[in-house]
Design a protein around this ligand. Structure first.
Ligand SMILES: Nc1ncnc2c1ncn2[C@@H]1O[C@H](COP(=O)(O)OP(=O)(O)OP(=O)(O)O)[C@@H](O)[C@H]1O
Ligand SMILES: [Mg+2]
Length: 245
């Protein structure tokens, strides 16, 4: 199952990558089509040229058809909401990343809220969010620094609104103020082998679950990411999908 989750995470990344790529292909493609249509309207075209233009048009239509199909294939379609324990999937994520953390010499500590029993959301998607955030936290430590990552779950109540916070805290390199506004952008990466899609996937998945992601960071001191779930919102989502007449 664990290997499956990692694979799922990669599929999300590929999906996101494909979707961005397709988006980038669409614009020049419609410019090509538009110009071909304009050329076709010329009166003075020989039948040979007209035939070539028609060939080009049907080829662009074929590309459009293929990318549309690819887009619907790449789109994330799962919607498997269920009740589950946030603390438990945190442990699953830590298990999955144990080898990587070990390799970097990182110790992962948990501080769990005991009162959080279950939340209602898509377990796989939340697991993917956490895998990306912990991976970033691990990678935030420079070589051979023996670091620690703290993962907390906290339940808070303000104005009768219950919120659950998932906190991932590292003391790694931190993010400079000028880069802080860029980290959720597609393809923004400061890493040699990064794709720069991890956080934008997290944001997309959190939006789908009605959760919010924010962070605080100080260059040279570390970074804290926080994922916040509104319990009332989740309850409404649950009721909306479980109405019995
Ligand atoms: N915990 C963190 N500490 C320091 N920098 C971070 C942290 N999390 C994210 N960043 C910065 O944000 C950038 C974008 O992160 P993101 O996860 O989107 O991409 P990535 O990690 O570079 O590549 P990948 O697609 O493999 O995840 C990172 O390259 C890094 O500069
Ligand atoms: Mg990342």
């Amino acid at each position: 199952m664990f290997a499956g989750e990692v694979q799922n995470n990669k599929l999300h990344l590929i999906g996101k990558l494909t979707a961005s790529l397709i988006h980038e292909i669409r614009n020049p493609l419609s410019a090509i089509k538009l110009n071909l249509d304009l050329i076709k309207m010329e009166d003075s075209l020989s039948s040979d040229v007209l035939e070539s233009v028609d060939d080009c048009l049907s080829a662009t239509n074929r590309i459009e058809y293929m990318i549309d199909n690819l887009l619907s294939f790449a789109r994330v379609v799962t919607n498997g909401c269920e009740h589950f324990c946030l603390n438990k999937i945190t442990l699953n994520a830590i298990d999955l990343l144990a080898v990587k953390a070990n390799k970097y010499g990182i110790y992962i500590e948990t501080q769990f809220e005991k009162n959080i029993v279950h939340i209602y959301a898509d377990k796989n998607k939340l697991l993917q969010i956490l895998l990306n955030l912990i991976t970033n936290a691990i990678e935030s430590y420079e070589n051979n620094v023996k670091g620690k990552i703290v993962i907390k779950t906290i339940l808070s109540e303000e104005n009768e609104t219950q919120k659950i916070h998932w906190i991932i805290q590292d003391n790694g390199v931190g993010i400079s103020e000028s880069n802080q506004s860029r980290i959720f952008e597609d393809f923004y990466t400061s890493k040699e082998n990064g794709t720069g899609l991890g956080l934008s996937v997290c944001k997309m998945l959190a939006d789908e679950q009605g959760a919010e992601i924010d962070f605080e960071s100080k260059l040279g001191y570390g970074t804290t990411f926080k994922v916040t779930f509104d319990v009332n919102k989740m309850r409404k989502l649950y009721e909306a999908t479980h109405i019995s007449y």
